[in-house]
Design a protein around this ligand. Structure first.
Ligand SMILES: CC(C)(COP(=O)(O)OP(=O)(O)OC[C@H]1O[C@@H](n2cnc3c(N)ncnc32)[C@H](O)[C@@H]1OP(=O)(O)O)[C@@H](O)C(=O)NCCC(=O)NCCS
Length: 149
């Protein structure tokens, strides 16, 4: 399977919004993706394409020397084929080139699939926000990758 990672464009937004909706119980509104793609200078937005179909997406924010993974999802048709791993690797590599030395993110306490992937990248639990997710009062786990270099 050949995976092409390219910058997210405004034209991608409807497909990305649909992917976000089937991936998260609290999806982002369309205007959030529009803001990230068109107006947020900190934002780095990428999609993974397989056979010209959007199979995954990632949004990260670069704040000086920290890269925050804002959202990451793979379409259910394409899961367990390394797409999220490739997207994350891509974003972290570019962030390092732009001066990032650490990375952090929030993940649902029950999302063991994502946590497993982040552990493999070297992220470690660095905190917890109790009842952070308003749909089911699930805790958020903060994960940090201290040394990207
Ligand atoms: C989490 C998610 C992004 C993984 O995407 P993916 O493209 O299927 O992941 P990959 O194939 O790149 O897998 C990378 C690693 O993640 C872990 N992983 C992924 N899916 C998993 C699952 N269902 N169960 C356990 N571990 C899993 C594994 O460690 C895997 O490595 P391995 O294949 O060597 O075992 C995807 O399941 C998804 O979109 N979920 C809904 C949205 C979400 O939770 N996003 C993360 C928010 S923090």
């Amino acid at each position: 399977m050949s995976v092409d990672i390219r910058k997210m464009t405004v034209e991608d937004i409807p497909t990305v919004v649909a992917l976000d909706k089937i991936s998260f119980s609290l999806p982002w509104p369309e205007r959030s993706f529009r803001f990230e793609v068109t107006a947020n200078p900190a934002s780095r937005c990428w999609v993974a394409e397989v056979d010209e179909r959007i199979a995954g997406m990632i949004v990260a924010w670069l704040f000086v020397d920290e890269v925050h993974i804002a959202t990451l999802a793979t379409h259910p048709d394409f899961r367990r084929q390394g797409i999220a791993r490739q997207l994350l690797l891509h974003v972290l590599n570019l962030a390092v080139q732009e001066g990032a030395v650490s990375s952090f993110l929030e993940v649902r306490a029950g999302n063991v699939a994502a946590q497993d992937m982040y552990h493999k990248f070297g992220y470690r639990e660095s905190g917890r926000r109790p009842r952070y997710y308003k749909d089911n009062n699930e805790d958020a786990i903060l994960m940090t990758l201290e040394s990207l270099r």
